[in-house]
Design a protein around this ligand. Sequence first.
Ligand code: NAP
Length: 272
Amino acid sequence: MREVKVKVRGQLFLEMKTTEMIGRRRFEGKVAIVTASTQGIGLAIAERLGIEGASVVISSRKQKNVDEAVEKLKKKGIQVLGVVCHVSNAQQRKDFIRKTVEKYGKIDVVVSNAAVNPTVDPLLQTQESILDKLWETNVKATVLLLQEAAPHLQKGSSVVLISSIAGFHPQSTMAMYGVTKTALLGLTKALAAEMAPDTRVNCVAPGFVPTHFAAYITKDEVVRKAAEDQTLLQRLGTREDMAAATAFLASDDASYITGENLVVAGGIPSRL
Ligand code: NAP
């Protein structure tokens, strides 16, 4: 077994990187689509599902990013198709699903991961166009994508929405973003009721994970330390932590779980 050791604030952690280490193929024969999956948490989710046997369809706004991510995944032996899809673009959502079905004939797993956070303005000073963009990308696009995907979802299929710890306590510097993530917790419940019994719908709420999206938190030493100190485990999350939780909820290991949210935030307070 090959172990990859990662040092975080003086402590050694083992990261699961290879098929042998993951050791399971829970998605053999399954088709998984992941939005916003050319870097960060989305790419890690696509990689994890692919390593576990899924044919994955990745997507994001930029062709170049899609092409590069496809190459990375192919090098790991993953069966992958890349499609440009800005989640707020109706035609691109249609094409994403159409190309998936043309190539693989069905959909077993949908991971809705795309989100934007375009402002640090207080709510009462946020422009209407920004409020609309946050709602459109972070919430509405998920519903519209699932409307396209629904006719192709198999019995036993699974949907995972990516929310945020910020959904439990929207913070002043990203209040409306937090509120859209709160909305995803409700959307998870509503979709789970509507899509049962054939499709389960759950939600992962990540804590702080060093990605491009969270660079403003994780690149500054003082802010990063403050974020680490909010956790019980005294570290930031990894993309692999989020991918593991998502894969669990998407897999048959979670076959009696629907309408739930799983906080993956190192113990940052969320709810009882
Ligand atoms: P990231 O590393 O910055 O990656 C963002 C990805 O989204 C890129 O592949 C980007 O590619 C794509 N993208 C951006 N806008 C898009 C759009 N409108 N339509 C389709 N694709 C789009 O971000 P991340 O940190 O992994 O975040 C992923 C999810 O985790 C988000 O929902 C975020 O709210 C959530 N989350 C993150 C953290 C954290 O600390 N990182 C914490 C809580 C929750 P293109 O530029 O090519 O479009």
